[in-house]
Every structure is written in C-alpha cells, then in structure tokens.
Design a protein around this ligand. Sequence first.
Ligand SMILES: NC(=O)c1ccc[n+]([C@@H]2O[C@H](COP(=O)([O-])OP(=O)(O)OC[C@H]3O[C@@H](n4cnc5c(N)ncnc54)[C@H](OP(=O)(O)O)[C@@H]3O)[C@@H](O)[C@H]2O)c1
Length: 289
Amino acid sequence: MTEVAFIGLGVMGYPMAGHLAAGGHQVTVYNRTAEKARAWVAEHGGRSAPTPREAAQGAKIVLSCVGNDDDLRSVVLGDDGILAGLSVGDVYVDHTTASAIVARELWALGRDQGVQVIDAPVSGGQAGAENGALTVMCGGEEAPFERAKPVIDCYARASTLMGPSGAGQLTKMVNQICIAGLVQGLAEGLNFGIKAGLDMDVLIDVISKGAAQSWQMDNRAATMCQGEFEFGFAVDWMRKDLDICLTEARANGARLPVAAVVDQFYAQIQSRGGRRWDTSSLMQLLAND
Ligand SMILES: NC(=O)c1ccc[n+]([C@@H]2O[C@H](COP(=O)([O-])OP(=O)(O)OC[C@H]3O[C@@H](n4cnc5c(N)ncnc54)[C@H](OP(=O)(O)O)[C@@H]3O)[C@@H](O)[C@H]2O)c1
C-alpha cells in the first residue's frame, strides 16, 4: 500500500482514482470543484484536501489528470501547487494530454527540487478509465517509472516507458494523428455506403472482418450510421490535442496534411454546436452536406 494523491476528478480522473482506492492504496484527492471531491470520498473513502499542495503533502506518489497545459500549470505551480507539497524522492505522474513542452518544463522544475516527474497521457477513453483498462504512455527516467508502475497499473492494461521526459506526450500525439485520419476515412466510407443504398449492418459485419477493421469501426461504425455522437471523446478535447500535434509538427518538420484538414472539419462541427459530441461526429458533416 502506498500513500498517493490524485488531482483532478473529471470524467477520467474520478474512476482512475477509484481504482487506486480499490487497489488498497491510501488516497487523498483534490478537485477544483470541491463537490466532486466530497462525492468521491463518500464513494471510495480516503480523504480530500483543499489545495493540490495539501493533497501532495505526505504522498509518495502524486498523480494528476486535468484539461490542458494551462490547467496543468495552475495545479502544479505556485504556493498551492503540487510541487510545493512534494519532498525530495517523491514521484509525480501527470496523465493530462498536454504538450511535450510543458512536460519537459515540469520535469526540469521537479529535478531542481529532487522530485521525479513522469508525463503519462492515456488512451482508452472513459470506458477504459472506468474498466481499469487504459493504455499509458510514459516519459521520464526508468527508476521513478518502475516505482509508479504498480500504482498506475491499478487502472492500466499497459503502461510503457517510451523515453525521456516528453516521450509520453509525443507518443500520445502519434495516437491522435492516427485517429484523426482514420475516423475521417471511416466516416467517408460509411457515408458512401449509405448513399449507395447498401445494408449498413451487413456491410459493417463484412468489412470489419477484413483489412479495413479498426477499433473505431468495431466501436463506432454502427452509431455513426445512426447519427449518434453523444458519447466518447469530445470534439473540444480532440481540437486541443490536434493543436498540440500541429504545433509540435511545426517544430520537428513532420508534415500533417490530413490531421490539419480534419482539425478544420472539427472546427466546423464546433460551430454547429457539436463541441461535446464525440470525435466520430465527422460523419455528421458528410451526412448533412
Ligand atoms: N475523456 C476522454 O475520453 C479522454 C481520453 C483520453 C485522454 N483524455 C485527456 O484526459 C484529460 C482529462 O479529461 P477528462 O475527460 O477527464 O476532462 P474533464 O471531465 O473535463 O475533467 C477535467 C478535470 O480537470 C480539472 N481542471 C480543469 N482545469 C483546471 C484548473 N485550471 N485548475 C484545477 N483543476 C482543473 C477539472 O476540475 P473541475 O471539476 O473543477 O472542472 C476536472 O477535474 C484531458 O487532457 C483529456 O484530453 C480524456
């Protein structure tokens, strides 16, 4: 059993922290909206703290999952931030999908005070968090990764050290770049099938057994055909992630022509009121144009 703290009880963080409690760890939580922290403690036990600093104090491993780079800085830095509560030898693992820039910045600040920082974005969505089946992509040093891994594995199907600080975030960027193009291709194929008058249930059953099969096809194709986009990973989050990818690509010289255009499609979806629709809503643009 380890004393741990979890910062950020959102769609992902709430069930992730729940798996830590179920795994026998002594968990202290912090959430900006205190009501969620109270609800979490009522459900899982442990205790809540009024600031990230106080949550981190006394914890050997601190984990977080907030929104974006700015949110992350606001829970880590400053007098009430996570780093202010950590001591030499502690480990801090961040699960936010953020830039490699902020990951390296926090890693360097941690190093200056003897704290080891791991960037550890996740894949697997809300269902993965609830079922304890996330894929976790980590950046940092081997020793703190090995210390944190048994804790992370309470909610992970796989957790892998990809390289030095920032490597976890860079891996997640590849994941998002792959998804962007794949979902657009799937939407175009399905929309074509509908326009061609094919039986879509039979079509999905047939082609999902061949080379076009994908997680997106298995999990989203049927609902895309029905025009249901109310679950899964939100368009607002995807645009945040693609912005991170496009910024990184400008720095490393990689060309992302498809990701860039899909980002613009998602901008259109936002302007049609679909900010909280899930990423498979690319279909909606095709179906309605
Ligand atoms: N949802 C998914 O399917 C999914 C999948 C993979 C990765 N992710 C990534 O995981 C991260 C979290 O996603 P989510 O779906 O859990 O988001 P969410 O439900 O919106 O939760 C965000 C959490 O961060 C906290 N937060 C945001 N800004 C903050 C700030 N400035 N100061 C303090 N706390 C702040 C929120 O506190 P409040 O409760 O006070 O708002 C909440 O606890 C994101 O980076 C997302 O891209 C999400």
